[in-house]
Write a protein that binds this ligand. Structure first.
Ligand code: ADP
Length: 166
């Protein structure tokens, strides 16, 4: 039976920090499903299809990685996929409290799966999708933090807004 891990998130947009977690997980698990949340309380800059499409194009090099959208409860998606692991990245202690609570709730909802925390690679620790969006919307350079395809999408989406403000 293959060892499946679900890596859930908003990925609005996917960053090099996310990519690093996926690459490392792909070496540990037989199959990694990057689960892009469709119904999110967050007001996203990119639609679900756009977030999925970017992640698919960027992560395509990994043969054992699949990108899928999911609606509703993560626990149901995890169970439907037959996964035994939910993967989450940790950047700082500040991430921990919420992640620990989420892991506890998911364990309760889907006892057959466990949350695995993977620490960020040091030089990605300060990258977050929200900061990337903010920098891009203010006309800053994010090429160091995201894939060129994401850079293009951000310039298209948020750069124009920055240009209008000038
Ligand atoms: P969510 O809305 O679920 O937090 P995100 O797309 O922001 O979705 O993040 C998905 C997962 O990736 C989370 O576990 C988050 O902690 C992790 N993550 C985000 N950025 C990084 C990074 N730079 N390094 C390691 N993990 C990260």
């Amino acid at each position: 039976m293959s060892n499946i891990a679900i890596y859930p998130g908003t990925f609005d947009p996917i960053t090099n920090g996310h990519g690093d977690i996926v690459a490392r997980a792909a070496r540990i698990f037989d199959h990694v499903i990057v689960a892009v949340a469709a119904s999110t309380a967050k007001n996203t800059a990119f639609s679900t299809d756009e977030r999925v499409d970017l992640a698919q194009r960027i992560l395509g090099e990994h043969k054992n990685v699949e990108v899928r959208r999911f609606e509703g409860l993560l626990a149901h998606f995890v169970r439907d996929c037959g996964a035994k692991a939910v993967l989450r990245g940790l950047r700082a202690v500040s991430d921990f409290e919420y992640e620990f609570q989420l892991a506890g709730m998911n364990k309760r909802l889907v006892p057959e799966a466990d949350t695995i925390f993977m620490p960020t690679t040091e030089h990605y620790s300060y990258i977050s999708s929200s900061l990337i969006r903010e920098i891009a919307s203010l006309g800053g350079d994010v090429t160091e933090f995201v894939h060129p395809l994401v850079c293009e999408a951000l310039n298209e989406r948020l750069g124009k807004r920055a240009a209008h403000k000038k």
